[in-house]
Design a protein around this ligand. Structure first.
Ligand code: 6PG
Length: 239
C-alpha cells in the first residue's frame, strides 16, 4: 500500500491532526476487531498528542497500550518513555491498569528485558503467529533517520525473527520492537516535526538510500503507512 503523506503547517497542527487520526483508528480497530493494540512512540514529539488523548473519551476497556521502544532506565527515570506517557496521558484516564504493558526495565539486563517483553507480547497476541499485528504503531524519527530504537548500523536492524530486540544509542542500551513487528502492523503513523529532521527525511523518501544508515526506510508495513509532517520537516521532500 502506498504511504500517505500529510504536511501540516506546524507542530501544533500536526498534533491536532494526529489526535483526530489516532482516535479514529482506535475506534475503528475496536469496531472491527473488538479491541485495539496500540504501540506508542517515545521522545518529545508525541507528548502533546498523549496530553490531548488524556482529554478524549475512548473505549478504555477495549484499549491495550504498549511501547515501541524504551530506554533501559528505571520507570521513574527522567528519560523513561513509560514515565512520559503515564504523566502525559495514562495517569489521567480510566484505562484498566492491566491493559498497560510497559517494557520491564527492572529486568537484570537489556537482553532479559527484551526477552520478557517478547513473552508479554506473546501472551497478548498468541503464539500462533509469526509476528504480532498491532492495530496502530506510532513512531517518531530522529534527525539521524532512526525510528523506535532502531539506530543506524546496529545489529538489531537485521533481526528477522525476534519480536523485541536490544538497540543502542551511543552506548545507551534500548529495548525496541523489531522491523518485522513494525511492518506487521495494520497502521503505522509517523509523527515528524522540525527543520532538524529535513535531511534524514529526504533520505528516507529518496528512491535510493542505505536503510542501514536511515533505518526509518525499513518501515514498509503491509498495512497502512501514514506520515504526519510539519512544513519545517518536509522542506526537502519532492513536491
Ligand atoms: C525514543 C523514541 C525515538 C524518537 C525519535 C524522535 O525513545 O526517543 O522512540 O525513536 O521517536 O528519537 O524523537 P523526538 O520526537 O524527540 O524528536
Amino acid at each position: 500500500m502506498q504511504p500517505t503523506v500529510e504536511v501540516l503547517s506546524d507542530k501544533p497542527a500536526l498534533v491536532e491532526r494526529a489526535t483526530v487520526l489516532v482516535i479514529e483508528r482506535i475506534k475503528g480497530a475496536i469496531a472491527a476487531r473488538g479491541r485495539c493494540h496500540l504501540s506508542l512512540a517515545g521522545g518529545s514529539t508525541p507528548k502533546p498528542l498523549y496530553e490531548a488523548l488524556a482529554k478524549a473519551d475512548l473505549p478504555w476497556a477495549s484499549l491495550y497500550i504498549y511501547w515501541g521502544d524504551e530506554r533501559f532506565v528505571p520507570a521513574d527515570h527522567a528519560d523513561s518513555n513509560d514515565r512520559m506517557v503515564r504523566t502525559a496521558w495514562l495517569n489521567h484516564v480510566p484505562i484498566p491498569a492491566d491493559h498497560i504493558f510497559p517494557v520491564p526495565t527492572a529486568a537484570g539486563s537489556p537482553e532479559a528485558a527484551a526477552e520478557q517483553y517478547e513473552q508479554t507480547l506473546r501472551q497478548s497476541f498468541g503464539e500462533g503467529t509469526a509476528f504480532p499485528s498491532f492495530d496502530i504503531i506510532l513512531l517518531g524519527m530522529g534527525d539521524d533517520g532512526h525510528t523506535a530504537s532502531l539506530f543506524p548500523h546496529t545489529p538489531v536492524l537485521q533481526e528477522q525473527t525476534r519480536w523485541v530486540g536490544v538497540g543502542k544509542k551511543d552506548d545507551q542500551p534500548r529495548i525496541t520492537l523489531t522491523v518485522p513487528v513494525i511492518n506487521a502492523a495494520q497502521t503505522v503513523i509517523f509523527l515528524v516535526a522540525g527543520a532538524n529532521k529535513q535531511t534524514a527525511l529526504s533520505q528516507v523518501f529518496a528512491p535510493e538510500a542505505d536503510a542501514d544508515v536511515y533505518p526509518a526506510r525499513r518501515v514498509q508495513p503491509d498495512g497502512q503507512l501514514i506520515w504526519l509532517l510539519d512544513e519545517a520537516a518536509s522542506k526537502g521532500l519532492p513536491t
